[in-house]
Design a protein around this ligand. Structure first.
Ligand code: HEC
Length: 163
Protein backbone atom coordinates (compact mmCIF):
# COMPACT_ATOMS: atom_id res chain seq x y z
CA UNK A 1 0.00 0.00 0.00
CA UNK A 2 1.32 3.45 -0.92
CA UNK A 3 1.93 5.90 1.88
CA UNK A 4 -0.87 8.28 0.77
CA UNK A 5 -3.40 5.44 0.52
CA UNK A 6 -2.50 4.42 4.05
CA UNK A 7 -3.25 7.92 5.28
CA UNK A 8 -6.65 7.85 3.58
CA UNK A 9 -7.45 4.45 5.12
CA UNK A 10 -6.59 5.74 8.57
CA UNK A 11 -8.78 8.81 8.01
CA UNK A 12 -11.72 6.66 6.93
CA UNK A 13 -11.20 4.33 9.88
CA UNK A 14 -11.13 7.22 12.33
CA UNK A 15 -14.15 9.01 10.91
CA UNK A 16 -16.85 7.08 12.81
CA UNK A 17 -15.04 7.91 16.03
CA UNK A 18 -15.50 11.58 15.33
CA UNK A 19 -11.78 12.18 15.42
CA UNK A 20 -11.98 14.28 12.30
CA UNK A 21 -15.09 16.08 13.37
CA UNK A 22 -13.19 19.18 14.45
CA UNK A 23 -12.01 19.75 10.88
CA UNK A 24 -15.36 19.22 9.21
CA UNK A 25 -17.76 22.17 9.15
CA UNK A 26 -21.11 20.66 10.11
CA UNK A 27 -23.32 23.67 10.81
CA UNK A 28 -24.22 26.70 8.75
CA UNK A 29 -22.57 29.73 10.32
CA UNK A 30 -24.72 31.85 12.64
CA UNK A 31 -24.51 35.65 12.18
CA UNK A 32 -21.44 37.03 13.90
CA UNK A 33 -22.05 39.54 16.72
CA UNK A 34 -20.24 42.29 14.78
CA UNK A 35 -23.07 42.19 12.22
CA UNK A 36 -25.27 43.92 14.82
CA UNK A 37 -24.09 47.52 14.87
CA UNK A 38 -22.76 49.06 18.06
CA UNK A 39 -25.41 51.02 19.96
CA UNK A 40 -24.84 54.78 19.98
CA UNK A 41 -25.73 56.31 23.33
CA UNK A 42 -27.75 59.52 23.51
CA UNK A 43 -29.05 61.85 26.18
CA UNK A 44 -32.39 63.60 26.51
CA UNK A 45 -31.49 67.22 27.35
CA UNK A 46 -34.57 69.44 27.70
CA UNK A 47 -36.57 67.08 25.45
CA UNK A 48 -34.00 67.23 22.71
CA UNK A 49 -31.00 65.25 21.44
CA UNK A 50 -28.79 68.04 20.17
CA UNK A 51 -26.12 66.14 18.23
CA UNK A 52 -26.48 63.52 15.49
CA UNK A 53 -26.22 59.93 16.74
CA UNK A 54 -22.72 58.60 16.08
CA UNK A 55 -21.86 61.96 14.49
CA UNK A 56 -23.54 60.74 11.28
CA UNK A 57 -24.95 62.96 8.56
CA UNK A 58 -28.51 62.16 7.50
CA UNK A 59 -29.62 61.64 3.91
CA UNK A 60 -33.12 63.12 3.43
CA UNK A 61 -33.92 61.11 0.27
CA UNK A 62 -33.22 57.86 2.06
CA UNK A 63 -35.10 59.12 5.13
CA UNK A 64 -38.20 59.53 2.98
CA UNK A 65 -37.85 55.88 1.84
CA UNK A 66 -37.40 54.69 5.44
CA UNK A 67 -40.55 56.64 6.42
CA UNK A 68 -42.58 54.89 3.70
CA UNK A 69 -41.09 51.41 4.17
CA UNK A 70 -43.61 49.15 5.96
CA UNK A 71 -40.90 47.11 7.69
CA UNK A 72 -38.87 50.15 8.81
CA UNK A 73 -40.34 53.53 9.75
CA UNK A 74 -43.88 52.79 8.55
CA UNK A 75 -44.71 56.36 9.57
CA UNK A 76 -47.66 56.46 7.14
CA UNK A 77 -49.47 53.86 9.23
CA UNK A 78 -50.09 56.63 11.76
CA UNK A 79 -49.26 59.98 10.15
CA UNK A 80 -50.37 62.02 7.17
CA UNK A 81 -47.27 63.13 5.29
CA UNK A 82 -46.56 65.03 2.05
CA UNK A 83 -45.95 61.74 0.19
CA UNK A 84 -48.65 61.85 -2.52
CA UNK A 85 -47.63 58.63 -4.29
CA UNK A 86 -48.67 56.57 -1.25
CA UNK A 87 -52.40 56.11 -0.97
CA UNK A 88 -52.96 55.23 2.67
CA UNK A 89 -52.05 57.75 5.38
CA UNK A 90 -53.02 57.03 8.98
CA UNK A 91 -54.49 59.43 11.50
CA UNK A 92 -53.35 57.92 14.79
CA UNK A 93 -50.72 60.64 15.21
CA UNK A 94 -50.67 64.29 14.12
CA UNK A 95 -49.97 65.21 10.46
CA UNK A 96 -46.28 65.80 9.81
CA UNK A 97 -46.60 68.45 7.10
CA UNK A 98 -44.65 71.51 8.26
CA UNK A 99 -43.23 69.63 11.26
CA UNK A 100 -39.80 71.34 10.88
CA UNK A 101 -41.36 74.73 11.54
CA UNK A 102 -42.75 73.44 14.83
CA UNK A 103 -39.66 71.58 16.10
CA UNK A 104 -35.92 71.93 15.66
CA UNK A 105 -33.64 69.08 14.67
CA UNK A 106 -32.78 68.00 18.23
CA UNK A 107 -36.45 67.89 19.24
CA UNK A 108 -37.30 65.80 16.17
CA UNK A 109 -34.39 63.45 16.87
CA UNK A 110 -35.65 62.71 20.39
CA UNK A 111 -39.16 62.03 19.03
CA UNK A 112 -37.83 59.49 16.53
CA UNK A 113 -35.34 57.93 18.95
CA UNK A 114 -37.87 57.42 21.74
CA UNK A 115 -41.24 59.18 21.96
CA UNK A 116 -41.73 57.44 25.34
CA UNK A 117 -39.38 60.06 26.84
CA UNK A 118 -42.21 62.57 26.25
CA UNK A 119 -45.20 60.33 26.66
CA UNK A 120 -44.65 56.94 28.34
CA UNK A 121 -47.98 55.66 26.99
CA UNK A 122 -47.45 56.74 23.38
CA UNK A 123 -48.40 54.47 20.51
CA UNK A 124 -45.42 55.64 18.49
CA UNK A 125 -42.67 53.00 18.35
CA UNK A 126 -39.36 53.94 20.03
CA UNK A 127 -37.19 53.66 16.94
CA UNK A 128 -33.82 53.83 18.70
CA UNK A 129 -34.51 52.62 22.21
CA UNK A 130 -31.73 50.48 23.68
CA UNK A 131 -32.41 46.83 22.72
CA UNK A 132 -32.08 45.73 26.37
CA UNK A 133 -34.98 47.99 27.36
CA UNK A 134 -37.59 46.25 25.23
CA UNK A 135 -39.83 43.82 27.11
CA UNK A 136 -40.91 41.40 24.43
CA UNK A 137 -38.76 41.12 21.37
CA UNK A 138 -39.35 39.02 18.27
CA UNK A 139 -36.31 37.13 17.05
CA UNK A 140 -35.78 39.54 14.18
CA UNK A 141 -35.20 42.46 16.58
CA UNK A 142 -33.22 40.72 19.31
CA UNK A 143 -30.21 42.88 20.17
CA UNK A 144 -31.27 45.42 17.57
CA UNK A 145 -32.95 48.78 17.44
CA UNK A 146 -36.00 49.21 15.15
CA UNK A 147 -34.07 51.57 12.88
CA UNK A 148 -30.30 51.63 12.42
CA UNK A 149 -28.43 54.68 13.61
CA UNK A 150 -28.03 55.87 10.00
CA UNK A 151 -31.76 55.39 9.31
CA UNK A 152 -32.62 57.52 12.35
CA UNK A 153 -30.42 60.34 11.07
CA UNK A 154 -31.87 59.94 7.55
CA UNK A 155 -35.45 60.25 8.87
CA UNK A 156 -34.50 63.31 10.94
CA UNK A 157 -32.88 64.89 7.84
CA UNK A 158 -36.04 64.16 5.85
CA UNK A 159 -38.34 65.67 8.52
CA UNK A 160 -36.15 68.78 8.51
CA UNK A 161 -37.17 69.31 4.86
CA UNK A 162 -40.87 69.50 5.90
CA UNK A 163 -41.02 73.21 6.59
C1 HEC B 1 -48.13 53.31 15.57
C2 HEC B 1 -48.31 54.70 15.26
C3 HEC B 1 -47.12 55.56 14.93
C4 HEC B 1 -46.08 55.31 14.07
C5 HEC B 1 -45.79 54.05 13.27
C6 HEC B 1 -45.28 56.51 14.04
N1 HEC B 1 -45.82 57.44 14.87
FE1 HEC B 1 -45.15 59.35 15.12
N2 HEC B 1 -46.60 59.69 16.51
C7 HEC B 1 -47.61 58.81 16.82
C8 HEC B 1 -48.47 59.42 17.83
C9 HEC B 1 -49.69 58.77 18.45
C10 HEC B 1 -47.94 60.70 18.07
C11 HEC B 1 -48.48 61.75 19.06
C12 HEC B 1 -47.56 61.93 20.22
C13 HEC B 1 -47.82 61.04 21.39
O1 HEC B 1 -48.10 59.85 21.22
O2 HEC B 1 -47.75 61.51 22.50
C14 HEC B 1 -46.76 60.83 17.22
C15 HEC B 1 -45.99 61.96 17.15
C16 HEC B 1 -44.97 62.19 16.24
C17 HEC B 1 -44.23 63.42 16.09
C18 HEC B 1 -44.50 64.72 16.87
C19 HEC B 1 -45.66 65.39 16.17
C20 HEC B 1 -46.16 66.65 16.84
O3 HEC B 1 -46.86 67.43 16.14
O4 HEC B 1 -45.93 66.84 18.03
C21 HEC B 1 -43.33 63.23 15.09
C22 HEC B 1 -42.32 64.23 14.56
C23 HEC B 1 -43.51 61.88 14.62
N3 HEC B 1 -44.50 61.27 15.34
C24 HEC B 1 -42.77 61.31 13.61
C25 HEC B 1 -42.90 59.98 13.20
C26 HEC B 1 -42.08 59.40 12.18
C27 HEC B 1 -41.04 60.14 11.35
C28 HEC B 1 -42.44 58.08 12.10
C29 HEC B 1 -41.81 57.02 11.25
C30 HEC B 1 -40.37 56.88 11.34
C31 HEC B 1 -43.51 57.86 13.06
N4 HEC B 1 -43.76 59.04 13.71
C32 HEC B 1 -44.15 56.66 13.27
C33 HEC B 1 -47.79 57.55 16.32
C34 HEC B 1 -46.94 56.91 15.43
Amino acid sequence: MKKSNLAVSIMIACFPLGILAADVPTETPTPKPEMIEAYQTWKNTDYSIGSPLGGLKGNPANGRKVAIHRGKGNCLACHQMPIPEEEFHGEVGPPLDGIASRYDEGQLRLRIVNMQELNPGTLMPPFYKHPDQFNRVSKKYQGRTILTVQEVEDVVAYLMTLK
